[in-house]
Design a protein around this ligand. Structure first.
Ligand code: PSU
Ligand code: MN
Length: 308
């Protein structure tokens, strides 16, 4: 049986970029619907798209709307999604049912990678990836993002993993799954809102051309999967690890107290940390996503210069 092909719905801008062979950067939508409050989420989504354009590439924000997989959103679609209530959060496990039932959902890192690959996009910029949650030995909560990195050939740019996760276990799983974890410009793996985690990065590269060459070499070796590019938050925007540690601990104990479980855990912790830092976590989050969008554009440009 041949595989049925999935209809993709391209935005006008993305369709034009594809015709011209212009470099494209995928962007996720869960960060919009579940990662930030309205209306900042909409402003940031627009700003990040603008950052990709200013850096010389074309943004493709990905979401499922009324059962259609959109690669690039028109302005009104982005606005509707950012303001919608109760949008589903779609990971690998949820996407097909959402499409089949005509539903609407925002794509996580895993789902955005699947969609980007289906559309021939090799680079995807976001804020943070999902990972191994604290207490995973009890609750088995390990994000599907990690397994996706092992099987879908997209380079994902993130500011490391949040300290709400178990970062050492997250790196262990990535290593087991054969995912290259490459930090840009420093030896330590970054910790999202902070430039430094306590951990050394497994790999380091310092420029977009080297990151593009590594992406190509992986494909040439016949290896499945992508690479995680860890891009530290700019120094001016970071919140130090020492300041954040007690705040994260507080958010975690609140989550346990309110019996938040499964998919609800990440959004709950993010919201709680936002409250406890009086909004500073959001300011830092915005700065790092924009920084990742710029690097994403640079990697996409380097990849298109070396297109096979
Ligand atoms: N981490 C962040 N911000 C986010 C997410 C993770 O710092 O918005 C979102 C991403 O979409 C990521 C998803 O793919 O949460 C992971 O969710 P889960 O742990 O349920 O797989
Ligand atoms: Mn989970």
């Amino acid at each position: 049986m041949t595989r049925p092909s999935l209809p993709l719905r391209f935005s006008k801008e993305v369709a034009e970029a594809r015709d011209k062979g212009a470099p494209l950067v995928a962007l996720e939508s869960t960060i919009i619907t579940h990662g930030m409050p309205y209306p900042q989420n909409l402003e940031v989504a627009r700003q990040v798209e603008e950052d990709v354009r200013a850096a010389g590439a074309i943004p493709a924000t990905i979401a499922v709307i009324d059962g259609e997989l959109h690669i690039g959103l028109e302005a009104d679609e982005l606005e509707t999604l950012a303001n919608a209530k109760g949008v589903a959060k779609l990971s690998r496990a949820d996407m097909a049912v959402c499409i089949a039932t005509g539903g609407t959902g925002a794509t996580t890192v895993a789902a955005t990678m699947i969609a980007a690959h289906a559309a021939g996009i090799e680079v995807f910029a976001t804020g943070g990836i999902g990972g191994v949650h604290k207490g995973a030995e009890e609750n088995f909560d390990i994000s599907a993002d990690l397994m996706e990195l092992a099987q879908t050939p997209v380079s994902v740019i993130a500011a490391g993993a949040k300290a709400i996760l178990d970062v050492p276990k997250t790196l262990e799983v990535l290593e087991t799954q054969g995912v290259p974890v490459i930090t840009v410009g420093q030896d330590h793996f970054p910790a999202f809102w902070s430039r430094l985690s306590a951990l050394k990065s497994p790999l380091r590269l310092d420029d977009p051309e080297a990151l593009a060459a590594a992406h190509r070499a992986r494909a040439a070796l016949g290896l499945p999967g992508g690479q995680l590019i860890a891009n530290p938050i700019p120094e001016a925007d970071e919140i130090s690890r020492d300041e954040l540690a007690p705040i994260i601990a507080q958010a975690q104990s609140d989550a346990t107290h309110h019996e938040i479980k499964g998919k609800g855990v990440t959004p709950y912790l993010l919201q709680r940390i936002y409250e406890l830092t009086e909004g500073r976590s959001l300011t830092a989050n915005i700065a790092l996503v924009r920084n990742n969008a710029r690097l994403g554009a640079a990697v996409a440009i380097a990849l298109s210069a070396s297109a096979p």
